[in-house]
Design a protein around this ligand. Structure first.
Ligand code: KG4
Ligand code: ZN
Length: 337
């Protein structure tokens, strides 16, 4: 089954052609980083306009790279949420038009669930051992879930304030680094000679598997601007490096401790991880050291928002439900896991 996947939840316009849920024939990602960089974060109105401008060309390029025509496509899958309302509307409306005009069934998928499916796509299908732990670490979400099977999950913990990627982006902004902050902080931390600081991520009373990252961001702000927030002297390069290193280590230690606790409480056979932050090589190294369970990470180009994970998960959903959602899909800015 050849599936066309469309992703427009935030600031990437992406389209992919994927066969049978795993074989990626083409993947095109048009990133908007250049557009949002001068504002230090995503500007929803600009994101929507750019999606409209590029979505047809992105589709065309994906079809050409896969060497196929729309008439070869058996199913269209689109991310229906969570995400920015305008951005979702563009992807969904475009997908509905394509599906209706070409008489192709349409399925809508949860973008966050698709981040976990990205890790499953890189595994040999017979390695999909359940129950497993799913860990989503992205710009908008930080969640621990028990995966009973594809499509069946129990939420174990999530962030009560900032998402982990958002914390990287906000700390980067405080350190005067460009958007998106994750890769910048990883680079600074790697090169840092000084390792003298320690930050503490928040704990959520009575909910040991929930996350809180807003306090650590404020701690960094005090470190940079002084306790009265009045210091304006720019930081030395080695001071920035030391902060980046300590921040990154603290949040990853926090994530790893919670993964270990979740694994103690739930007998899982493997861990699947997904989302932009899972590109971080230091995170991959630290978790590898901390667990003996099999770890499944997405390929690097499948960590960020992409159409291949949407096509892959859409295939699985359609196999299970056989439901054409052409007239029922609506955008959902928030979706439960
Ligand atoms: O999954 P994603 O593309 O978007 C959402 O669905 O939210 O993730 C984007 C996030 C950004 O916050 C970015 O700073 C972070 O992923 N990120 C990283 C790295 N690369 C991207 N965070 C830490 N280390 C990285 N190397
Ligand atoms: Zn995402």
């Amino acid at each position: 089954m050849l599936v066309l996947g469309l992703e427009t939840t935030c600031d990437e316009t992406s389209c992919a052609l994927v066969r049978d849920g795993v074989e990626i024939l083409s993947l095109v990602i048009s990133s908007q980083i250049d557009l949002h960089r001068e504002f230090g974060g995503v500007v929803p109105e600009l994101a929507c306009r750019r999606h409209i401008d590029v979505i047809s060309a992105v589709l065309q390029e994906a079809l050409e790279k896969a060497n196929c025509l729309l008439s070869d496509v058996d199913l269209i899958a689109v991310a229906r949420g969570p995400g920015l309302i305008g951005a979702l509307l563009i992807g969904i409306t475009f997908a509905k038009g394509l599906a209706y005009a070409n008489k192709i069934p349409l399925v809508g998928v949860n973008h966050i669930e698709a981040h976990l499916y990205a890790a499953m796509m890189t595994a040999d299908p017979k390695n999909l051992m359940f129950p497993s732990l799913g860990v989503v670490l992205s710009g908008g979400h930080t969640s621990l879930v028990l995966i009973h099977k594809i499509g069946s999950y129990t939420l174990l913990g999530q962030t009560v304030d900032d998402a982990i990627g958002e914390a990287f982006d906000k700390v980067a902004k405080i350190l005067d680094l460009p958007y998106p902050g994750g890769p910048e902080i990883e680079r600074l931390a790697k090169d840092a000679a000084l390792d003298t600081l320690q930050f503490k991520p928040g704990k959520v009373k009575g909910r040991p598997l929930d996350f809180s990252f807003s306090g650590i961001k404020t701690n960094v702000l005090y470190k940079v601007r002084g306790n009265d927030l009045k210091r304006i002297t720019p930081l030395l390069a080695e001071e920035k490096g030391a902060i980046a290193k300590a921040f990154q280590r603290s949040v990853f230690q926090d994530v790893i401790e919670k993964i270990q606790l979740a694994v103690q409480e739930n007998p899982v056979k493997a861990i699947f991880l997904g989302g932009g932050v899972t590109q971080n090589k230091e995170l991959r190294r630290m978790l590898q050291e901390a667990t003996t369970l099999p770890l499944f990470w997405p390929k690097l180009d499948l960590c960020m928002d992409n159409g291949a994970m949407i096509a892959g998960l859409g295939y699985q959903k359609f196999l299970e439900n056989k439901e054409d959602m052409l007239f029922t899909i609506e955008p959902e800015t928030r979706m439960p896991f």
